[in-house]
Design a protein. Sequence first.
Length: 491
Amino acid sequence: MLSFPVTRGVRGAITVEHNTETAITEAACQLTRTMMARNQVMPNEIACLIFTVTADLDAAFPAAGARKAGLTQTPLLCTNEIPVPDSLPRCIRALMLLSTNLGLSDIHHVYLGDAASLRPDWAGQADATPMSPPFRSTILDIAPYQPGKPISELQREKGLTDIIKMASNENPLGPSPKAVEALHGALDSLHIYPDGNCFELRRALAERLQVNEMQLIFGNGSDEVIKMLGLTFLEPGDEVLFCEPTFSEYAYATNLMGASTRVLPLRDHAYDLEAMASAINPSTKLIFICNPNNPTGAYVNQQAVDAFLDEVPDHVLVVFDEAYYEYVTAEDFADSLSYVRDDRNVVVLRTFSKIYGLAGLRIGYGVAPPHIAELMHRVREPFNVNAVAQIGALAALDDVEHVSHSRDSNVAGKEFLYRELSRLGLAYVPTETNFIFFDLGRDSGPVFARLLDDGVITRMGGVFGCPTWLRVTIGTAKENRRFINSLEKAL
Ligand SMILES: Cc1ncc(COP(=O)(O)O)c(C=O)c1O
């Protein structure tokens, strides 16, 4: 695997029994899918796909098969081959040009059926990879989630022991001690199914947020609640509006359901609500607003949100993802729950993964007005939130000390990092979260790699389409100092 993308060609060929439109389309579809699957390629990595067909095939354009395989945005070309005596009859050949990190030896060329005789050397290689049954082509729009590098992986790769992870916006102070204590008593009951309704947690949280208990939708992380929003509301033809760069799960839920994303750029690193209001159309079904935004840390304020919601028509559901809400210090941050209490078409997402320090337990929630919650409860799996997570979250909710200590530590770390990044001449985005996004002004890959060599895991901006940026989670005072020392060395 290379650390930067290069252009590579994947070759493929297949023969058809008959010169008919159906046979050619199906064969081209099978060939395209197989070339993508065997190379684990997403449609957005394909620069173009060129087909050639033997002169005995004239019934159809194989591009129809490639579109059927999900390549609706990819440039597709087709031409007849110059007839060659004794060439393999009724043959479709393909050349797929990729922008990829795969090395030359990782490329799998695909020669199916009789076409295997054209390149026995390559055909054998491809046959070693099993073929999947036909799958939903919409999933090819989904890139597998790329998490921050786990500590154990870096330990294995580099043999390092002293590693700090500042990549996934976890709480550097660890889990709520009250949650940990409560969990000790939970292990004897692991043989019992969890309470599917999260009764105790629901009651405590509803009281805290001043909403009705059934307005809470719990998930296996707020990730799952985002997926539940997709399952409840999205169908092919619907549009989902959000800005970029942002949290990847909005695109995931959209593509999973076969709906379309409509993506606008951020303005001043935060969601551009004015542009979003203008972009709403009759197909718009869901709008995600990541506030404060991941990966930039910037936020939209109450006034901007008020003005925006005045413009949103009734057929649209607006989702405020507030995963970092408890870290926010800005006084004009929008009180989005007030819209939920007013029965607007608004859902607010929060999580126990961040300030409560329970990312490993997987529990988050949505707060929705009753008419929306009632729909979402229908798609929830019976025991989607595990028993241990419920016990930990209930105890963490009461751990006021841990939350306030975490918030104070974050503010101190933020000020330290602002000062140090400025001293190093690096521009950063002021943050309302527990991470900082900063610009190196050049490819951040080599600096990211040098930090890794030093045992410091950060997040490369390239994952978010910002190749000169890095995102660092605000750590403890000691971790922040170590990060700055390593960064200074790496620069
Ligand atoms: C903006 C945003 N939303 C949601 C999540 C998912 O959180 P959870 O752990 O609750 O699934 C994250 C996690 O990083 C996030 O950054």
